[in-house]
Ligand binder design. Structure first.
Ligand code: ATP
Ligand code: MG
Length: 137
């Protein structure tokens, strides 16, 4: 059993898609074990996406992530990290497989509805970024 950090991004919260996205996770065998709706400051969004600091889209990404509330959540399940990335689909919705969250809901490569951790180390870091031990049972 593994855990991963998921974020339902501003384009999706704005369109009231949290329930539909959570249904995709549940159908894929992932359990939402912690969840909260928060609004990131540009500083917090910048810190979260610090690994992308040198990328040309960094400024746009940070501005987007701080533009509207997001839903941060911890998903649990067998191989949760890869399972979540499979159900999310490719970063660019144009490349995403049918049935994936990004294929069904994402608007563009930037406004792509969800984030998911990409490895065990980043999952642990990203979960700790948003949740305290007391919030995780
Ligand atoms: P995430 O990290 O959000 O789960 P990912 O791992 O599929 O997505 P990354 O390469 O880590 O993709 O990029 C992080 C995020 O930066 C993407 O989800 C997307 O919102 C944004 N992004 C990536 N490439 C571009 C681009 N070419 N133009 C605009 N935004 C982009
Ligand atoms: Mg990534």
């Amino acid at each position: 059993i593994e855990r991963t950090l998921s974020i339902i991004k501003p384009d999706a919260t704005k369109r009231n898609l949290t329930g539909k996205i959570n249904a995709k996770f549940e159908e894929a065998g992932l359990r939402v074990i912690a969840q909260k709706r928060i609004k990131l400051s540009p500083e917090q969004a910048g810190k979260f996406y610090e690994v992308h600091k040198a990328r040309p889209f960094y400024g746009e990404l940070v501005e987007f992530m701080a533009s509207e509330p997001v839903v941060v959540q911890v998903l649990e399940g067998e191989s949760a990290i890869t399972r979540n990335r499979d159900v999310m689909g490719a970063t660019n919705p144009a490349d995403a497989a049918p049935g994936t969250i990004r294929k069904e809901f994402a608007l563009s490569v930037g406004e792509n509805s969800v984030h998911g951790s990409d490895a065990p180390e980043t999952a642990a870091q990203e979960i700790a970024f948003f949740f305290s031990g007391l919030e995780l049972v």
